[in-house]
Design a protein around this ligand. Sequence first.
Ligand SMILES: NC(=O)c1ccc[n+]([C@@H]2O[C@H](COP(=O)([O-])OP(=O)(O)OC[C@H]3O[C@@H](n4cnc5c(N)ncnc54)[C@H](O)[C@@H]3O)[C@@H](O)[C@H]2O)c1
Length: 364
Amino acid sequence: MNYAAGERAMAEVVVKAEREYSVRITGDWRGDLSPIINKRARVAVIVPATMTSELPSFNLSNTEVLMIPVPDGEAGKSSLVLNHIWNELARNNFTRSDLIVAVGGGTVTDLAGFAAASWLRGIDWVAVPTTLAGMVDASVGGKTGINSPFGKNLIGAFHSPISVLIDSSWLRTLGDRDFAAGLAEVIKCGFIDDEEILTMLEGKSIKEIRENSSLVNSLIERSVSTKAKVVSSDFKESELREILNYGHTFGHAIERVSDYSIRHGEAVAIGMVFVAELAHAEGLIDEELLKRHRETLASVGLPISLANVEGSGNWESLFAAMALDKKARGNSIRFVVLNKVGECSRLESVTEEQLKSAYEKVLA
Ligand SMILES: NC(=O)c1ccc[n+]([C@@H]2O[C@H](COP(=O)([O-])OP(=O)(O)OC[C@H]3O[C@@H](n4cnc5c(N)ncnc54)[C@H](O)[C@@H]3O)[C@@H](O)[C@H]2O)c1
């Protein structure tokens, strides 16, 4: 939905989950945030310690603003850091009507969202994602959480933000590797729902994409629309929401065996090629669509094989990691597969031989 000329937001997508909220693609996140925080007595801004200098000073006469810097990346998604946030909120007398604002990548929106979900059984929060993965995926959909020493994202809650403010100018400083990792989720939305995304990316290098801000904004809007549509009809992942996990079962296994040495989006890219091989072997998709997976992902610099992935030469550990993935139900591992672009189905009761055969096709 496009905004009228003169308004700050370039587009707005509405999510209908346990509450209704809007995701604004805006050229001015500060301007959009001001009216939201002005109404609150206290606001806690949770931000990676490495990014505090990039924030404006929020000088507000009626609102007390508390900055809570947190460790960057996955290190921030820990019970220790969460405990620190709870203590800061307690020391500053945060009540049910106060607000948390998360400014950062997906790790920060996950952590801050969970702090908001757990403080006083749930207070409001706003997401200001600063990475592409955060914009198109982590900040939308209401999944919040932290890691446990036993695994990623094991502790968490569904708790939607009251607003998501996406300003793609943050992306100027993002490294190519993180940008490409975010594009993996964009491409996933193209395969599971919106072919136009694939057409828009066709033949473009990462440099060409990054230089074209209106293309970047359109890709963000389209991906957010796909996620919003799915989440709005299945907030708690009983069935449909599973399609957002396209490529993720194998992707999570790769992340685990490589001890998280590769980006989530890189693992998902290889996972999508793996699952396309599986679907092709089952006769669900043709050679052309399988090739389209490899070409689209490779053209933006994403990995399409396990060639440089630590620990991935050991099939047994990858298979064990897939069986442990939370998408496994009972004893069988379920896979979201495509029938064609924009149409998904589930593959259940897949044998280890079938999986190993797809694995061998992504080995080199
Ligand atoms: N809740 C969900 O539905 C959901 C969905 C997908 C991913 N996630 C989570 O998101 C996390 C991954 O997100 P991510 O890739 O954003 O990781 P991240 O938060 O670790 O950010 C990646 C890196 O980019 C840096 N960074 C952030 N903004 C920047 C900017 N504007 N310029 C330069 N550098 C910047 C960060 O400091 C960090 O080093 C994972 O923990 C994953 O589990 C959650």
